[in-house]
Unconditional design. Structure first.
Length: 297
């Protein structure tokens, strides 16, 4: 049971697909199949259900958690040793669902610490706990709750989410609109997994409604332009109204107390954060989101 085999197992467990895992790992699929078979033989039990599509079974899920923590601790040890040397760790790794909100603190961090390399990783919220446990990233910023043990968190921003329309839209003259009144409207939104889409589905689902989605995107910055082009309406956080956009939009409040975004910073409770990561955490937590500047301390 060597480190390479365990790393390969994690990729197969994440993708639940041998050929895609082999492509990502750049190994031959038969070789990868033999690696998984050897692990299962050593453990004395299958780790995957193979009835049709490959699925991680309960034993595999249990084993995956231990592997993630073990390899994560090895990576944390490597970085701790590097930080203890004269060179230290000069990289901080930040994962987020979107970086549009974080451009201010990220720019301030780079100005203050130009020698530190900042790695940005897009990640859906459901992957963040795993990535923190595996020490794949140092910090995560999510716009939806991460319900997992072993994480520390600080809420950064709690803001209303409204609906944006192009000028001239029938709703454009309103100051507030109910979710029921949005039924039947054409929505431009993010793909499943993004926080805007989860919020839209949750708001409509709670009222036994289904949103009419005419456009799904992965590039969140394109939503405003597509709304401005007249393709539909969409959920937009209040913070986005401070961001320059080429498209003229009308922002309307949604009359629902749960139509909000809560931006939260997460890190591993037992993680040894490098000096670079601790400085990044301080920069983000001390940021004043109303003024777009560091908070006076």
């Amino acid at each position: 049971m060597d480190l390479n085999s365990l790393n390969q197992f994690l990729v197969v467990a994440r993708l639940e697909h041998l050929s895609r895992a082999a492509d990502e790992l750049r190994v031959a699929q038969p070789s990868l199949s033999r690696t998984i078979a050897r692990l299962e033989s050593e453990l004395g039990t299958p780790l995957f259900d193979r009835g049709g599509r490959l699925r991680l079974n309960e034993a595999g899920k249990l084993f995956r958690g231990y592997v993630e923590r073990s390899l994560g601790e090895l990576e944390a040890g490597r970085r701790a040793v590097a930080e203890a040397t004269s060179e230290g760790v000069r990289t901080v790794r930040l994962a987020s669902e979107t970086f549009l909100t974080l451009t201010g603190p990220l720019a301030a961090y780079k100005r203050a610490h130009p020698s530190v390399e900042v790695e940005l990783h897009w990640s859906p919220a459901e992957d963040m706990a795993r990535r923190l446990r595996a020490h794949d990233v140092d910090l995560c910023v999510a716009s939806q709750p991460i319900r997992a043990e072993g994480l520390e968190q600080v809420q950064l921003l709690d803001e209303a989410v409204g609906v944006a329309t192009p000028p001239g839209h029938p709703l454009a003259g309103r100051t507030s609109v109910s979710v029921e009144e949005l039924a039947g409207q054409a929505f431009v939104t993010a793909r499943k997994g993004h926080w805007q889409r989860r919020l839209l589905d949750r708001l409509f689902g709670a009222r036994d409604l289904t949103p009419k989605i005419v456009c799904e995107v992965d590039e969140l910055s394109a939503i405003a332009d597509l709304i401005g082009a007249g393709l539909g309406i969409g959920l937009v956080p209040a913070f986005a109204r401070q961001t320059a956009t080429r498209a003229p939009l009308v922002w309307i409040a949604v009359a629902s107390p749960d139509c909000r975004r809560r931006l939260t910073l997460y890190w591993g409770a037992d993680s040894h954060l490098s000096a670079a990561a601790r400085l990044m955490r301080t920069t983000i937590t001390d940021w004043d989101w109303t003024t777009g500047e560091p908070r006076d301390t």
